[in-house]
Design a protein around this ligand. Sequence first.
Ligand code: NAD
Length: 316
Amino acid sequence: MKIAIAGSGAMGCRFGALLKEAGHDVILVDEWAIHIEAINQRGLEIRNETGSRFLPIKACLPPEVTEIMDLVIVFTKAMLTDALMQKCQHFINDRTLVLTLQNGLGNIEILEKSIPRDNLIVGVTTYGTELLGPGIIQAFGSGHNQIMQVDGKVTDDIKKLAEILIFAGMDTKVSENAFSEIWNKVAFNSVLNTLCTLMENTVGAVGHYSRFHEVIDHIVEEIIEVGYAEGVSLNKDDIFKMIINVIPPDMAGNHLPSMYQDMENNRQTEIDFLNGAIVNLAKKHNIAVPMNLLITHLIKMKEEIRFYQSQQEVKK
Ligand code: NAD
C-alpha cells in the first residue's frame, strides 16, 4: 500500500516507521526541511526503552510527492491541519483513504472540506512519542488506536485499515463511537496538557495538588455540558479515571505533555483545539464555561509572553 504521513513529527514518524517495517511503501511528508534532510541522510532514528534503531525511509516536502496515495495519515499539530492539507491535495484522489488520529476538536471539520466523507476515517490513539530532534524520535511504551469511518459505517475499507495497523504491531479497534473517545481525550488533554504547561511541571507533580479533584471537576463538567449540547454523551467518572490513572510515576507521572514542549520551544500550542474549542462551542449553545475560558486565556497569555520575551532577546 502507498502511504503518506502528512505531518511527520513524533507520531507521524512512529506510525510511518511501523507501517514501513510491515512492508508498505511509506513516505514521511513534512515541512521541516532539516528534519527531512536528516531522515534521508541517516535514516529515522527510533529510540525506545530497549535501545535505538535506524530505519531507512523516504521523507520529503509536500510538493515533492509525485504519486497518488492509497492512504494518507494526518499527524500534523491541529493548528496546521488546514494549511498542510492544502499542500497535499495533489497526492490525494477520490479513492485515497484519509485517517486522522490527531488530538483536539475541529480537525474533522477541516478535513471534510476536501475529503469525501466515505474516505474519511477518524479516531484516537494513546501511543506516546516525542520528537527529540531532526530525524530522531523517542517511542514510549505501548498504546492503542480506535478508528471509525466518519459516519460510523463499518466498511471493508475500515476493516482493512484496522488489519493493516494491527499487522504493523498496533493494537487497533474499529470503534462504534469514536466521537466520544475524541471528546474524552479532549477532556483529558484540556486538563493535563494545560495544567502541566501552566505549572511547568510533570503530570505526577500537578496530580499531587491536594485540591486537584476540585480543579478538574469544574473543567470536566463544563466540557461534558458542551459535549451534551453537541450530541456527544460523556461520562465524568470515565474521564476522571483516565486522568487519575496516569498520575503514578510508572504511568505518565514523570511525563511533560507535548503542549509543555511546544511552549518551551516557543511554538504555538493546540489550545484553540482543546479548551479554546470548548469555549467556542459553548458560545454557540449559550453555555458558560468560565474555567475553560480562563485556561484558554492563561495558555495564550503565556504563549504571547514567551514570544514577546524572545523578541526582546533578539533585540539585545
Ligand atoms: P510534533 O510536535 O512532534 O510535530 C508536529 C509538527 O511540528 C511536525 O510537522 C514537525 O516537523 C514540526 N516540528 C516539530 N519540532 C519542530 C522544530 N523544532 N522546528 C520546526 N518544526 C518542528 O507533533 P506530534 O506530537 O507528533 O503530534 C501530532 C498530532 O498527534 C497532534 O494533534 C498531537 O496532539 C497528537 N498526538 C500526539 C501524541 C504524542 O505522544 N506526541 C499522542 C497522541 C496524539
